[in-house]
Design a protein around this ligand. Structure first.
Ligand SMILES: [Zn+2]
Length: 114
């Protein structure tokens, strides 16, 4: 779905063909279509934070008497920033999937939004 395989190549982060090379489905269904991905990436970020919090709680533990909570917070923020390009791409894939379902018979049907 993306022209460049490496999401950390910032210049090409959102380089995409206009439509799918396999089935011809357009990616950007309407102008501004990708604005909705903000909600998806927000949900992914929250989910990731919950995951790291639980992992930290189990592996390292949390206490109100020391700074472990803040170490988690710092680690989590770093992780979210480091993974942001990947999360942004993933949210485009998930967001598009809300509107375009995988269809094994796509060859016999027009693409969504055509
Ligand atoms: Zn396709």
């Amino acid at each position: 779905m993306f022209s460049n395989k490496n999401p950390w190549n910032f210049k090409k982060l959102f380089d995409m063909p206009v439509s799918c090379p396999q089935c011809g489905q357009r990616y950007e269904l309407e102008p501004g279509f990708w604005y909705g991905t903000g909600y998806v990436s927000y949900a992914l970020s929250v989910a990731l934070s919950v995951t790291t919090f639980v992992a930290w709680f189990v592996l390292i533990g949390m206490s109100t008497s020391d700074n472990r909570f803040f170490f988690w917070l710092g680690t989590n923020i770093f992780l979210l920033i480091a993974l942001q390009p990947w999360l942004m791409r993933l949210s485009r894939v998930i967001y598009l999937y809300f509107f375009v379902k995988y269809d094994p018979n796509h060859k016999d049907k027009p693409a969504v939004g055509e």
